[in-house]
Design a protein around this ligand. Structure first.
Ligand code: GLC
Ligand code: GLC
Length: 642
C-alpha cells in the first residue's frame, strides 16, 4: 500500500501529463465532459493500476495506453447513450426502485433469435419486466460453448442469433419500452477459438502472454494442490494439455475455456475495450461472470483474491468515466462473506443473492425458516446504494453455499445438511416432493450441486405424475411462495423465464452428445408455446402462476414500500413462518409448511402495529387490530395498515 498523500500527488502529476494526449484523441465537443469525469475518478483508477501493475517496467506506458484507448471508446459512444449517461448521473439510484423487475432467458431457446426477442417485447412488458438479461449471445464454438460462456468474439453476435447492428437496435427498442438490457461480460476466460487463443496456439508470444501457459506439469501441480475443481465430472483439474504447443493452459472451467492472465496489463487493456464495446451497444447492466477467479496466486485457492477486486474496481472507475449509465452485477457464487466483498458503489452495484436463493429451497425442504431467517438477519444488509438481485434459480446449478458458521449457530451441521439437501432435491430422500438432477458429484469432497426447473424442484413434476390434486396444489403454492419472497424482500427480483409458466424439467439434453454430460441443460428448456397460450386462463397451472406473478409485480410497482432498503426481519414465534418489514409500511409473512400456521398477535404488537387495522395487499383480506393471523398451507400475506 502506498502513502495516500504521495499517491494523490503522483496521480495529479500523471494526470496533468496525460491530459494533453487525451485531448489529441477527442473532439473539442467531447473533451470537457471526459476531462471532468477523469478528474473525478482518475486518482482512484491510478491507485488501483499502480497497485496491480506498478512493479512492471513499462507501467506509465501501459497507463497511457489504457487512458487513450478508453478515450477512443468514449469517442465512439453513440450520442443517445451519452444522453443516457447524463440522465443516470442525475439519477444514480434508478435500479433501487420498486419498479425494477428482472427476467432472464436464452435468445435461441426463448425466441429463436434477436428478431424473435424483439417480437416478444410485449410479453416481457405484460409480465412487468424492466430489466432483461439475455444469456451469452456472442460468437462461440459450435459444440464446446458452455451455453455461450466460451466466447470466441466479444464483438460479433453469434450469426445464428443475428447481427451486432440488430443487437444495438434491440437495446434501443428495449430502452424505449422501459427495459434495460443486461449482458454478460465473460472476462475470466475466452474460448479456445478466440482470435487471441488461436494466435497463442500458433506461437505468437504477445498472445501467449494473454493466458497462463506452462511447459510442463510442475507449476500446474503446485497450483492444483490448493485449487477447487469446478467441473470435476467433465473436466477434472484446472489445466488442459495443448498437444500442438506441448504446453499446459490454465482452464478453471471447461477445457475449452482458457483463463485470461490479468497480471498482464495488456490483457487488462484489451478486455477493457471489449467491455466498453458492450457498453456502447447499449448495455445498462453488465453481468460480471465468475468474478471470484480472475486473479491467481500460488498457494491460494485462487478465488476471491484482493487483486480480483482491484481489477473490477479499476473497470468500475473506467466505466464511471466512459459510460456511467452502465452498472455492474457480480456473479460470485461463493461463501456469503466473499459474495459481500464484491458489492460496493465503486465495485459491483448489484449482486446475485445466492444465499437467499439456496436457503429458500432449504426452507422448502425442511419446512423451517430458522436458517433462512438467521442468515438473512446477518447478511441481507449490504453496501449503501447497492442492491441484491434476488432469484429462485438461474441457468446454473444450485449449490448449497450458505455459511457453515451460520448453520452451526443453530446446531445445524453444514456438511450433513448439504448431504440431506442433495438427497432431498434428487428425490433420494423418502417423502421428498422434488425432482432434481445431480450436478458434478465430487467423490473426494462429497460435494454435489442440483439441477432442475423451479417447478420440478418445487414438486410439480412428481405431483402431476401422481395425478394428485392436493400435491399439485402444494407444488403450485411453493412456486408462488418463493417468488413472492424475491418480489417483496428488497432489491431486484429476477425471474428465470420459463418459471413464470411453471415449465418442467426438459430431459432432451440427454439425447445430445455435446451436452449430455451437463445436467444444467435439464433446466434450459425451450419457450413452451402451449403453456404460454394458457397464461390468461387461471384454471390452468401456467395461467395461475403467470397471473399471480404478474399481480404480485403490479402490487410491488404501486407501493414504494417495495423499493430497495428498509428490510428488517422479524421473529414470528413460529418456526415455519418467515417474516420481514419493508420500510415500516408493509409486513410480509410467508408460511413454508404444508399445514396451516398461526402467528400470535404479539408479533404485530412488537412491530408497533398492535393497534392498527390491517389489510393484505395481495388478497384484500382485512384484519382487526392485534388479531392472530392464520396462514393457509404455503400462504403469504403482504400486510399494510388499512
Ligand atoms: C458462470 C456461468 C456458468 C459458466 C461459468 C463459466 O458461472 O454462470 O454458466 O459455466 O461461469 O463461464
Ligand atoms: C461454481 C462457480 C460459479 C459457476 C458454477 C457453475 O459454483 O463458483 O461461478 O457458475 O460453478 O456451475
Amino acid at each position: 500500500m502506498h502513502d495516500p498523500v504521495w499517491l494523490q500527488k503522483q496521480a495529479q502529476l500523471s494526470l496533468e501529463r496525460l491530459l494533453p494526449r487525451v485531448a489529441d484523441v477527442l473532439d473539442d465537443s467531447l473533451y470537457p465532459v471526459f476531462e471532468q469525469r477523469l478528474r473525478a475518478h482518475f486518482p482512484r483508477l491510478f491507485g488501483l493500476l499502480l497497485e496491480l501493475y506498478g512493479s512492471q517496467y513499462d507501467f506509465f506506458y501501459s497507463l497511457e495506453q489504457i487512458l487513450l484507448d478508453a478515450a477512443r471508446m468514449f469517442a465512439r459512444r453513440p450520442a443517445e447513450l451519452r444522453a443516457l449517461d447524463d440522465a443516470r448521473e442525475a439519477d444514480p439510484d434508478w435500479f433501487q426502485s420498486e419498479q425494477a423487475v428482472g427476467g432472464v432467458c436464452y435468445v435461441d431457446l426463448f425466441a429463436g433469435d434477436l428478431a424473435g426477442i424483439r417480437a416478444r417485447i410485449p410479453y416481457f412488458k405484460e409480465l412487468g419486466l424492466t430489466y432483461l438479461h439475455l444469456m451469452p449471445l456472442f460468437l462461440a464454438p459450435e459444440e464446446n460453448s458452455d451455453g455461450g460462456y466460451a466466447v470466441s468474439s466479444y464483438r460479433e453476435v453469434n450469426p445464428s442469433l443475428g447481427t451486432t447492428e440488430e443487437l444495438r437496435a434491440l437495446a434501443a427498442e428495449l430502452r424505449e419500452n422501459g427495459i434495460s438490457l443486461v449482458l454478460d461480460f465473460v472476462f475470466n476466460h475466452t474460448s479456445a477459438e478466440h482470435e487471441w487463443a488461436r494466435k497463442a496456439q500458433t506461437g505468437d508470444e504477445r498472445h501467449q502472454a494473454f493466458y497462463y501457459l506452462f511447459d510442463d506439469r510442475s507449476m500446474p501441480d503446485r497450483y492444483e494442490a490448493t485449487l477447487r475443481e469446478i467441473f470435476p465430472e467433465q473436466d477434472p483439474g484446472s489445466f488442459t494439455y495443448l498437444p500442438e504447443l506441448g504446453k499446459w493452459v490454465w482452464t478453471t472451467f471447461r477445457h475449452f475455456q482458457w483463463d485470461l492472465n490479468y497480471s498482464n496489463p495488456d490483457v487488462f487493456n484489451a478486455m477493457m475495450q471489449e467491455m466498453l464495446f458492450l457498453a456502447n451497444q447499449g448495455v445498462e447492466v453488465l453481468r460480471l461472470d465468475a468474478v471470484a477467479f480472475v486473479w491467481k496466486q500460488m498457494g491460494t485457492s485462487c478465488e476471491n483474491l484482493p487483486q480480483a477486486h482491484m481489477i473490477i474496481q479499476a473497470y468500475n472507475a473506467i466505466t464511471r468515466i466512459v459510460a456511467p449509465a452502465m452498472v455492474f452485477k457480480s456473479e460470485a457464487i461463493v461463501h456469503p462473506d466473499f459474495v459481500a466483498q464484491y458489492i460496493g458503489w465503486e465495485e459491483c452495484q448489484l449482486s446475485y443473492n445466492p444465499t437467499l436463493m439456496n436457503l429458500l429451497w432449504e426452507a422448502l425442504a425442511t419446512r423451517e425458516v430458522q436458517l433462512l431467517r438467521h442468515s438473512m438477519i446477518k447478511r441481507f444488509g449490504i453496501a449503501e446504494r447497492c442492491a441484491w438481485v434476488n432469484y429462485v434459480r438461474c441457468h446454473d446449478d444450485i449449490g448449497w453455499s450458505f455459511a457453515d458458521e451460520d448453520a452451526i449457530e443453530l446446531w445445524i451441521h453444514g456438511f450433513d445438511h448439504r448431504q440431506f439437501l442433495n438427497a432431498f432435491f434428487t428425490g433420494r430422500f423418502e417423502g421428498s416432493f422434488a425432482t432434481g438432477v445431480p450436478f458434478n458429484y465430487n467423490p473426494r469432497t462429497q460435494d454435489m450441486r442440483i439441477s432442475g426447473m423451479g417447478a420440478s424442484l418445487a414438486g410439480l413434476e412428481q405431483a402431476l405424475e401422481r395425478d394428485d390434486p392436493l400435491l399439485i396444489e402444494h407444488a403450485v403454492r411453493r412456486i408462488l411462495l418463493i417468488h413472492s419472497v424475491i418480489i417483496s424482500i428488497g432489491g431486484i427480483p429476477l425471474i428465470y423465464l420459463g418459471d413464470e409458466l411453471a415449465t418442467l424439467n426438459d430431459y432432451s439434453y440427454r439425447e445430445n452428445p455435446a451436452i449430455a454430460d451437463d445436467s444444467r441443460w435439464v433446466h434450459r428448456p425451450r419457450f413452451d408455446e402451449a403453456r404460454a397460450a394458457q397464461r390468461h386462463d387461471p384454471a390452468t397451472i401456467p395461467g395461475r402462476v403467470f397471473g399471480t406473478l404478474q399481480r404480485l409485480i403490479t402490487i410491488r410497482k404501486t407501493h414504494p414500500a417495495f423499493a430497495n432498503g428498509g428490510t428488517t426481519f422479524a421473529d414470528t414465534y413460529n418456526p415455519h413462518v418467515f417474516a420481514y418489514h419493508r420500510h415500516n409500511s408493509v409486513f410480509v409473512l410467508a408460511n413454508f409448511s404444508e399445514y396451516e400456521q398461526t402467528v400470535p398477535p404479539v408479533v404485530l404488537v412488537n412491530a408497533g402495529w398492535g393497534t392498527a387495522d390491517l389489510v393484505d395487499l395481495v388478497s384484500g383480506t382485512p384484519y382487526a387490530p392485534a388479531q392472530e393471523i392464520t396462514l393457509a398451507p404455503y400462504a403469504f400475506v403482504w400486510l399494510t395498515k388499512g
